[in-house]
Design a protein. Structure first.
Length: 135
């Protein structure tokens, strides 16, 4: 038996792996739910409504500006056409042109064919790209 106050690293490692798997499962569900509900030609706010819409989105995630969000997070854009996904990691373009916001890192783009048959590989590629550091 372990002494009081010690950590069983085997159990801790198993818990961490289980938590990681749960997070990956959550990500997979979120990505595929988003893809299934995606549409072309969606409504966007009118020019005079844009700042109100942005503030609402930022408040929802606890941020004060998109610049701070972009500086503190990793993101990628996923484009799907005929079951093939192109995953573009994004970086904040602040040093060169802050008004540009996020730009694709095209040299690190990944193309995944038949994403519905290769869900696990698709999600692993997204995680891999989100773990790259472009800051």
């Amino acid at each position: 038996a372990a002494e009081k106050g010690t950590v069983n690293t085997k159990t801790q490692g198993k818990f961490m792996n289980q938590r990681k798997e749960e997070e990956i499962d959550e990500l997979e569900k979120a990505v595929f739910n988003s893809l299934e509900s995606s549409r072309k030609n969606i409504h966007t706010p009118k020019k005079d409504e844009w700042s109100k819409w942005q503030k609402k989105q930022l408040d929802h995630i606890g941020k004060t500006s998109f610049s701070s969000l972009y500086r503190e997070s990793s993101s990628c854009e996923i484009r799907v056409l005929d079951k093939t996904a192109n995953i573009y990691p994004e970086k904040y373009y602040a040093s060169e042109n802050p008004k540009k916001g996020l730009v694709w890192v095209e040299e690190d783009m990944m193309e995944i064919k038949d994403i519905y048959k290769n869900k696990s590989h698709f999600i692993k590629c997204i995680v891999e790209l989100l773990n790259l550091n472009y800051r």
